[in-house]
Write a protein that binds this ligand. Structure first.
Ligand SMILES: NC(=O)C1=CN([C@@H]2O[C@H](COP(=O)(O)OP(=O)(O)OC[C@H]3O[C@@H](n4cnc5c(N)ncnc54)[C@H](O)[C@@H]3O)[C@@H](O)[C@H]2O)[C@@H](O)CC1
Ligand SMILES: [K+]
Length: 526
């Protein structure tokens, strides 16, 4: 269960909108930008390209290297200064604001204390709740006291009237969910109407994996230091983080060029989109073959073809029992009789949506072009058959299908999405796109960073949207994108299309397919 309880109160939501506006670039969920916002972002020098996340070990190693050349405590001061500035930016006035610090026994609590001291010097009333008074950061506590802050004698009393709560219980050193003494404090913070700002990470989440192994703070915003940690971008921990802001503490040059996790942004996607050259014809742009649909699920054929038609390939071939329905809706599709091998040349196959028990997977896997396997095609998929292929394979399971392929419960996949997608990619020697609230794409080569998609929307949880995604990703494969790019660009466009089509209201899979060109255009608009 979450310590967080219900959604943020309205007053707090309003303040968080302020942070979100300022940090739109830093917010994985915030990619739906107006052109003005984008211009503003550029004018302010914000990065619009790839967002990287690094594991705790990597961050600690970079910090150690950097710290070796700096006076003691310098990094913590940078972190605290950035944190205090972010909090000040959220408040209408710092002077007179009531700020409560939840302080654990490590340096995360130290960050909170030094930031609290900075805010106290600007006139805020700052109270520290010490979870372990004997182990609270000494220098931070002294700084807070010197600045006029105090240790709270009545923690629940100060929490009840707080404007902002800084969660400094644990950061990258925390494991295993909140300890029992922290749980009532986290609940009181959440229930108080105060805005909860997590220091580095929401306490209780696993920084490296995004797992939440017990209770965890549910923050309205997280101010993280030096680099994103994977857990901030991957569910379920991502859901606890709120709006994200990254504070630069000078780690950049010490971090390796290859991160553990990365999120494509507009500019990255724009660079990867297969825009035709003047000499392109439909064959050079790529032909995608779709083997989908059955007497029971004819709609899946139409939706997969819809995704493919809008996905940038030069032509779409359809093989299966849904030919009449496909042609009625998409006269531009080329329909063929069984088997797929007699359909004519394609540059990539999509197999599986709505296929039921019909054949098709084995035939398509024998081809020498990239193959995307989705939905029914994933049932009992043989790892050896996939591993033996001469061309790449992209698997696109949702959590239930991934669980069946891994032989575990669906809940286990949802709780450990990052580990699950990596395991599947290793097991099949294939690229795997794990659908869900934060879609992940893991390359067959485990050394490459996993990609997390920043454009999802809960409105995408609608029947048939996965069929559209598979057609779209297949089309990008046919156009020549490698599977990691095809999967992550497809997920990006698909999520953006859903947002553009939805604008906060329900959306059908057909609406999503129809909005793909708008998402494409939005991505390419400078
Ligand atoms: N290392 C550095 O150079 C920097 C570290 N910074 C801060 O330092 C943090 C890391 O500090 P630490 O390594 O001291 O670790 P943390 O402060 O994250 O947590 C470790 C402490 O929490 C306790 N703990 C572990 N799991 C717990 C749980 N589930 N519930 C309650 N307590 C738990 C441990 O016993 C330990 O005392 C970062 O997240 C960041 O906030 C920043 O100041 C920037 C510079
Ligand atoms: K924290």
């Amino acid at each position: 269960m979450d310590a967080a309880g219900p959604a943020a109160p309205a007053a707090s939501r309003a303040v968080v909108r302020r942070l979100t506006r300022r940090t739109r670039d830093a917010e994985p969920g915030g990619r739906l930008r107006t052109r003005n916002a984008e211009r503003d972002a550029r004018a302010h020098g914000m990065l619009l390209s790839m967002r990287h996340a690094y594991s705790v070990d990597t961050v600690r190693a970079a910090e150690a290297e950097l710290m070796a050349g700096l006076p003691e405590g310098a990094l913590m001061q940078r972190a605290a200064a950035g944190l205090a500035a972010a909090v000040a930016g959220l408040l209408p006035r710092v002077s007179g604001a009531r700020i409560v610090l939840l302080v654990g026994s490590g340096d995360n609590g130290g960050d909170a204390l030094y930031a609290g001291a900075r805010l106290a010097r600007r006139g805020a009333g700052v109270s520290a709740v010490l979870l372990d008074p004997d182990r609270a950061h000494r220098g931070g506590l002294a700084a807070l006291r010197a600045a006029g802050g105090r240790v709270a004698e009545d923690p629940f009393g100060v929490l009840a009237v707080a404007d902002v709560v800084l969660d400094g219980i644990t950061g990258i050193g925390g494991h295993g969910g909140l300890r029992p003494d922290a749980v009532p404090l986290a609940r009181a913070a959440r229930g108080s109407g105060a805005m909860v700002v997590a220091v580095d990470l929401p306490s209780g989440v696993e920084a490296d994996t995004g797992e939440v192994k017990g209770e965890a703070v549910r923050a309205d915003a997280t101010v993280t230091f030096g680099a994103y940690k994977p857990g901030l971008l991957v569910d379920p921990a991502h859901q606890h983080a709120g709006a994200l802001r990254l504070v630069d503490i000078g780690l950049g040059s010490r971090l390796p060029s290859v991160p553990d996790l990365e999120a494509l942004q507009h500019d990255d996607v724009a660079r990867l989109l297969p825009v035709p050259a003047p000499e392109s014809d439909k064959y050079r742009r790529g032909v995608v073959g779709v083997v989908a649909g059955s007497a029971r699920y004819p709609g899946a054929a139409v939706l997969a073809v819809a995704g493919a038609v809008h996905g940038g390939a030069g032509a779409v071939r359809y093989v299966g029992p849904g030919a009449d329905a496909v042609i009625a809706r998409f006269p531009e599709a080329l329909v063929h009789g069984w088997p797929p091998s007699r359909a004519g040349r394609v540059q990539a196959w999509v197999v599986g949506p709505g296929l039921g028990d019909a054949p098709g997977v084995a035939e398509v896997l024998e081809s020498d072009v990239p193959v995307l396997v989705d939905a029914d095609g994933l049932r009992s998929l043989d790892p050896d058959a996939v591993r033996a292929r001469s061309a790449p394979t992209l698997l696109t399971p949702h959590a239930g299908e991934a669980a069946a392929l891994l032989g575990v419960d669906r809940g286990q996949v949802e709780a450990a999405r990052l580990g699950s997608v990596r395991s599947l990619a290793t097991k099949y020697g294939a690229t795997v796109l794990l659908k869900g609230s934060t879609t992940l794409v893991a390359d067959a080569d485990a050394r490459r960073p996993v990609r997390v998609n920043p454009t999802g929307t809960s409105w995408l949880a609608t029947a048939g949207s996965g069929d559209v995604l598979s057609g779209l990703a297949g089309s990008l494969l046919a156009a020549g994108l490698e599977p990691l790019d095809a999967g992550s660009v497809a997920a990006y466009l698909h999520g953006l299309a859903a947002r553009l089509a939805s604008l906060g209201a329900p959306v059908s899979a057909q609406d999503v397919a129809a909005a793909i060109p708008r998402a494409w255009r939005d991505t390419l608009t400078p």
